[in-house]
Write a protein that binds this ligand. Sequence first.
Ligand code: NAD
Length: 382
Amino acid sequence: MKVAIVKETAPYERRVALVPEVIGKLTAAGHEVLLQAGAGDGASIPDADYTAAGVKVVAEDALYAEADVVLRVQKPTPEEVGKLRTGQVVMGLLQPLIDPQNAQALAAAGVTSVSLDTLPRTLSRAQTMDALSSQANVGGYKAVIIAADAYGRYFPLLTTAAGTAKPANVLILGVGVAGLQAIATAKRLGAVVKAYDVRSETKEQAESLGAQFLKLESVADATGSGGYARELTDDEKSAQQAELNKHISSMDVVITTAQVPGRRPPLLVTADAVRSMKAGSVIVDMAASALGGNVELSVPDDTTATDNGVTIIAPTNLPATMPAGASGFYARNISALLTHFIKDGEMTFDFDDEITVGTVITHDGKVVHEATAKLLSEGGAA
Ligand code: NAD
């Protein structure tokens, strides 16, 4: 089989779907790996490194003509969907629940599409394929690094001949994969870390990393299904914001990572809360997107300086800013999922398997992924 790595075209995307370290397993199993020339440039992986790992470097047209499976990070643009042909397989973070029309176009083109972001994440055998976790981990780390960079003081307690620097007070809102890594990173930098989440099981996880867990009196446990949070009711939301406001005003750095699957990210840091913060404080809104974020005043992919001297940073693709590290993890995830589908040297889709049902979005000219098909029948996106 010919497995191809395309060069990403989404703005600011610097990751690449496979790195040279994972190629050996595929070639040892008798597959040929093709690379679109320059696909690794954004992650500082030269074509020569791929060639040394046994990859054939080709131009884009040859890649689409020859490939059985096309591996990518981001979903293909409409123009790239047009380059795929019937029977070809495309795999990536295709976001079918955000852009179901893209899935419809892939189905119409007769392409089998496999999306890593719809993987059932509670299956332990799928853990090595979990790109949402691996990329959230990178994001949580990088969010703390950019917060520390933007903060005009020290994170650690520092005692020097020139005086003592107090440690930064850091609050992490949302203790999922990204939040846990943010806690660990802020602790390593020496900050005093507090954390909060609506799922009560996160208390022990946050504390095991050295954070103090904030318990809000006004909001009960909001654990939903599949390890995720449920959306709060309107009353719970306002009570949560009011109670959080009191804590936010005394923080130097706030990092927000809260998400509810299929819903707008919850608003956790209101404009009033930002106005109550000290000049020099920094907020990183990891949930920022076109749908809105966790911070009322955040502007996706922009940095906002408020009148009271607070810096709000709202990056929408942090993993792409650490492209080599993020690609290394992603490559292991996507090659594990690819290998899962290979039987007797061919891509084989067993629709009795939960991983197949969760990740295969289009097949045989149809949208076969239930949640995506439902969205299309309702005429919208999540
Ligand atoms: P996510 O990105 O959907 O959300 C991030 C965090 O935001 C979650 O912890 C969520 O509880 C929290 N949140 C949502 N609404 C909130 C609100 N109003 N206020 C405060 N916090 C709020 O979640 P994720 O990081 O992708 O994963 C969530 C959970 O799934 C984690 O417990 C993770 O460990 C688990 N998970 C399990 C497996 C597995 O079992 N193999 C794999 C991956 C993830």
